[in-house]
Write a protein that binds this ligand. Structure first.
Ligand code: NAD
Ligand code: MG
Length: 400
């Protein structure tokens, strides 16, 4: 029997995919790839398939199937194409499914993995934000385990072994009651010190230029508005089963401490590392052990100091919108996420200003789209309606 840990990557051609595959590349004796799924970047997907020789490769954009087949001609790699076919790959039993698709587009395959009782390394926070209730219920029923890849959540996860016990279905009630609060850190993004009266001139290029992390475009914009930290607060609520008042976020421009737990006895336990997604991903791949790889050493003396600042509400209105959506609960997180995806795409396309992202999300939330959030279809219906409302708002701005 192979001692390899077998991995499927959803979103293999993106930034999370790159970071996961970099670890696999360094550790061929430990990991083997079962399936790789990409959206539409067929050339990159083909390169990865030829390098990592998975059993199967999936491309969501079915129009690229022929090109993928041409590139993989002569190999034994099976090809599937189209959203539904790709989604099904998440159910093939493996040691870990990396959920690295961006946006709610990742929800159907995430659900497939949850229904199949898989262990999931979750980067695709949008799915948990919008469908956290359904995912939690279905995961509990099917014995699926969700391990955070997001650096802040991985930090919280690494700070207390009780979360791991909880994943195995143990009652960790006593341990949970010793937690006063958790704290997620945020770098503050590229506009932490930009004058507020210059926000009107922010371009997509400015917004995706993150000072500490290299990531996909959507999450980079979310980091610039700090919607990302808001989404992460909601993500933390579902991952750790803590209420909004026990989840805090602070700005920490060095991105060295990623998260901490404040215990009721006055102790705080924090996790530190360089701003490198391979650190949390390596933990998810090897936990509860540690992968012996070759991370960039962190020189704390050279670093000298760590700073912490509050999140200014005027500078980062998206953060409070997300916090309030969590408190409001019900459909609000799904509306927040759907509207944000539309607004970010419109900003990246040059249709609206940076500041309009928050306005569109706020105005979409104010329409109070109601509905049920207890089934996948119901969540998708709320998401669709939020996108429709947000699209109308974008069109209105474009027409001005
Ligand atoms: P990215 O844009 O670099 O990559 C996205 C991936 O999703 C690509 O492989 C793309 O092909 C695929 N994809 C997009 N639409 C798809 C569809 N409809 N069907 C199938 N595949 C599709 O994004 P990213 O930065 O890697 O982020 C991915 C997720 O991880 C996001 O939810 C993000 O918030 C989260 N995350 C990313 C980082 C990071 O460092 N990049 C850190 C924490 C969390
Ligand atoms: Mg994060």
């Amino acid at each position: 029997m192979s001692s390899h840990s077998v991995i499927t990557i959803l979103g293999a051609t993106g930034s999370i995919g790159d970071n996961t595959l970099a670890l696999v590349r360094q550790n061929p004796d430990l990991f083997r790839i079962k399936a790789l799924v990409g959206g539409s970047n067929v050339e990159k997907l083909a390169d990865l398939a030829l390098e990592f020789t998975p059993d199967v490769v999936g491309i969501a954009d079915a129009t690229k199937q022929a090109r993928l087949a041409e590139r993989l001609l002569g190999s034994e790699i099976k090809i599937v194409a189209g959203d539904a076919e790709c989604k099904d790959l998440a159910a093939i039993k493996v040691d870990i499914v990396i959920a690295g698709i961006v946006g709610l587009a990742g929800l159907p395959s995430m659900m497939k993995a949850v229904e199949a009782g898989q262990t999931i390394g979750l980067a695709n926070k949008e799915s948990l934000v919008s469908a956290g209730h359904v995912i939690s219920q279905v995961a509990a029923k099917n014995g699926a385990r969700i391990i955070p890849l997001d650096s802040e959540h991985s930090a919280i996860f690494q700070c207390w072994h009780g979360w791991q016990e909880r994943l195995d279905g143990n009652d960790v009630h006593e341990g949970m009651s010793s937690i006063q609060k958790i704290c997620l850190t945020a770098s503050g993004g590229p506009f932490l010190t930009r004058a507020l009266n210059e926000f009107a001139s922010i371009t997509p290029q400015d917004a995706v230029a993150h000072p500490n992390w290299e990531m996909g475009r959507k999450i980079s914009v979310d980091s610039a508005t700090m919607m990302n930290k808001g989404l992460e607060v909601i993500e933390a609520h579902f991952l750790f089963d803590l209420p909004a008042e026990q989840i805090e976020a602070v700005i920490h421009p060095q991105s060295i401490i990623h998260g901490m737990i404040h215990f009721r006895d006055g102790s705080i336990i924090a996790q530190l590392s360089s701003a490198d997604m391979q650190v949390p991903i390596s933990y998810a791949l090897k936990m509860p052990g540690r992968l012996n790889w070759d991370p960039e050493p962190l020189d704390i003396v050279a670093l000298g100091k760590l700073e912490f600042l509050p999140i200014e509400p005027d500078r980062f209105p998206c953060f409070a919108l997300a916090q309030n959506a969590l408190i409001q609960a019900g459909t609000a997180p799904a509306i927040l996420n759907g509207a944000n995806e539309v607004a970010v795409a419109a900003f990246l396309a040059g249709h609206i200003s940076f500041s309009s992202i928050a306005t569109i999300v706020a105005d979409s939330l104010a329409t109070n789209i109601d509905g049920d959030i207890n089934t996948l279809d119901a969540v998708i219906a709320v998401d669709n309606e939020a996108r429709r409302v947000a699209t109308v708002l974008v069109e209105k701005i474009k027409g001005q």
